[in-house]
Design a protein around this ligand. Sequence first.
Ligand SMILES: Nc1nc2c(c(=O)[nH]1)N[C@H]1C(S)=C(S)[C@@H](COP(=O)(O)OP(=O)(O)OC[C@H]3O[C@@H](n4cnc5c(N)ncnc54)[C@H](O)[C@@H]3O)O[C@H]1N2
Ligand code: MOO
Length: 398
Amino acid sequence: MVELLSVAQAVDLVLGYAGHFGTEQVPLAEASGRILQQTISAERAQPPYDRVMMDGIAYRYGTGSVLECRGVQRAGVPGQELAEGAVCLDVMTGAVLPQGADTVVPVERLLRNGKQVQFEEGYTPEKGQFIHRKGSDCAAGHELLSRGLRLNGPALAVLAGNGHATVEVAARPSIGIIATGDELVDVDASVRDWEIRRSNEYALTGALVSRGFTCLERSVVPDDLARTILALEKQLARHDVLVLSGGVSMGQFDHVPKALMKLGVERVFHKVAQRPGKPLWFGVGPEGQRVFGLPGNPVSATCCATRYVIPMLLAGQGVVRPETYSVQLAAQASRVPTLTRYLPVRVTHDESGRAMAMPHPMSTSGDFSFLAATDGFVELAPGEGLAPAGSHAVFHGW
Ligand SMILES: Nc1nc2c(c(=O)[nH]1)N[C@H]1C(S)=C(S)[C@@H](COP(=O)(O)OP(=O)(O)OC[C@H]3O[C@@H](n4cnc5c(N)ncnc54)[C@H](O)[C@@H]3O)O[C@H]1N2
Ligand code: MOO
């Protein structure tokens, strides 16, 4: 018997074909969730001037606690010069610290009598207080954001704060999601006793869209070799990546591998030592299209998309932060002697903050009715017996 490819080998092969989907320039307001493809450095020192941090007065430390107010330093105008002696200027948060001043006292600590300003009884300021010093956050040219970062709110603020009206991000690959199977009907069609509604394409759409892969097209092919070839030929011409579900095992109508081969899609592997998802097929088209043939059973298709399709797409965008993390099993779970087991779990945190994964095994890989009650799956290495409660496992989120 030929030994099956391990999950690690299969993942390595898939990632080896990740390549790069290219880059594009997008307006800042449309960049949320996209993957940064340039290095962003500080345009200027931050802050760019000695910035007043409190509404109050600015004065020269040591000139007394009763001061004459000589005017107002507001934000958005150049810094004024503070005269010599026991004087001060009213200052606003965000203003440039007046030249000659070195300390700010908040209004709450002041008593006013016309132009005369006095510190409240018993108040002693600290020299230099409430001043955000020029360059104290970073120097001009300091690297602030690096390639591969998913742009979130704080990252967009850094881009805006450093003058980037547009930003170079990873291009989104065009992805064709293709369902196969004569028993499948549309979500809004009437369904007969021997039919089922198509759902895998929506599971896939959810997984892809939530990670920012929005260039999707869904289509269906029947269990007929000639029509499968025709349909896949069209889809190969239109997309960078094809994700098929169904038609990859041993049935007389499982035409997907044959059709793909006829179209010059080179098989990289078929079948992996995993449960669910053993019949997974992966290949590369004549133009470098990455083609996944996911097993049709809904849990298998969802697990394989999470374990292979998403990591490959993220790698092709140069994402650097891994999406997986380590958890501890909240209850024992059986391993499969020769196969990696993907076990659906719900993750919670215990009182000490540890991520605990409660197994929710599905009765079969066709049973997806309760998959939505889980957060993802843990991967249990092949082995005899039980993985004990408390043991560590890698978690992959849906
Ligand atoms: N003799 C063997 N039979 C099977 C094997 C095997 O090794 N030897 N492997 C089993 C395993 S494991 C799996 S997984 C399935 C995979 O089969 P296919 O990829 O060919 O998928 P289909 O037969 O087309 O469908 C399987 C199952 O999933 C349902 N399905 C398919 N597409 C969708 C969809 N878009 N939405 C919802 N449900 C879908 C389909 O109705 C079937 O019930 O093969 C085993 N057989
Ligand atoms: O291993 Mo298949 O992917 O379970 O039904």
